[in-house]
Design a protein around this ligand. Sequence first.
Ligand SMILES: [Zn+2]
Length: 381
Amino acid sequence: MLPKFDDMLATLVSEPSVSSTTPAIDRSNLRVIEHLANWLESLGFETELMPLPDAPHKANLVATLGSGEGGLVLAGHTDTVPFDETKWLTDPFAMTEKDNKLYGLGACDMKGFFPTALEAATTFVDSKLSAPLTIVATSDEESSMAGARYLVESGKPKARYGIIGEPTGLMPVYAHKGIAFISIKLQGASGHSSNPELGCNALDSMHNVMSDLIAFRQELANEHINPAFEVQVPTMNLGCMHAGDSPNRICSHAELQIDLRLLPGMDTDDTIKRLQERLQSATAHCGTVLTVNTHYPPVPPFESNLQGDLVQTLAAHSGIAPGTVAFGTEGHFLQSLGMETVVWGPGSIDQAHQPNEYLARDQIGAAQDTLRQVIARYCTS
Ligand SMILES: [Zn+2]
């Protein structure tokens, strides 16, 4: 027997599962995974826990009902972003209902998708499925996407179709940009400010780097345009910089961090390589040493066929036309496993990553109606 929806969501919300590249606040997701595994087993799913090889306190869960080729994957991430307790009006780890909204950390992004999917699945537990229904729960989506990357390395799960239940307000999302955080470091040499010959000024070199980045950004925008996006060109944000220590010392060290968002069809590795080569020549005349690093492996852009069966089926049942979004997901990784992938789920991204995050109750029933339709379409004959 499956617990009630509210009890399941309250249980998931009560288990802290913040993922962060800052080790001090990073938490395990195992408790969330264990609850899901227990509930899914009670429905007759076969479950497989997949601890991450480099981080055994983190795991994915793959739960399957039925067997055979094809079928449908319903996927979600179990982690949340960090939170600012002072800005929450309620306890972020105690689900609270007010005005038909279910408040709690991760309620919308995206612990709420799991009880939604599990309840929809109960309709099919006594049926003989013609193709498997698989529910996947990943770790670390909000930080490194290590869980989804590990699924790709392991080559599972396999299915014909995949839905990632991120909060899209039930709009089928068939494309989003990629995301890369890049750090550009320049090492010069300090010396007394009265004589520039005594050192090598990293900020002078950074001036060249920034001019060149802005020129490169314009080149990329001239080369690539996609009218399906609100911002139709790739973007590059010069986000923050740390440099030097005193006005009367030659600046020996400067670091600039940028955010690069590429359109579907653009190759992330190639673009970063191109950027690095350009900056190498922009700083070649002076003595500073350049290093370019990504903060973690970039999230590649994602694009599914707009005319694909899953996109069109979701659009028909939820009554919302397919579109694109400005946030990143695990879409590319599911797609790499061979699935026609769409991002679609209950709740609004406006509430995600915010204090007082909530899932509006009216989204849940509508999501379940559509999920039952797609499960029937792809998993029953
Ligand atoms: Zn999310």
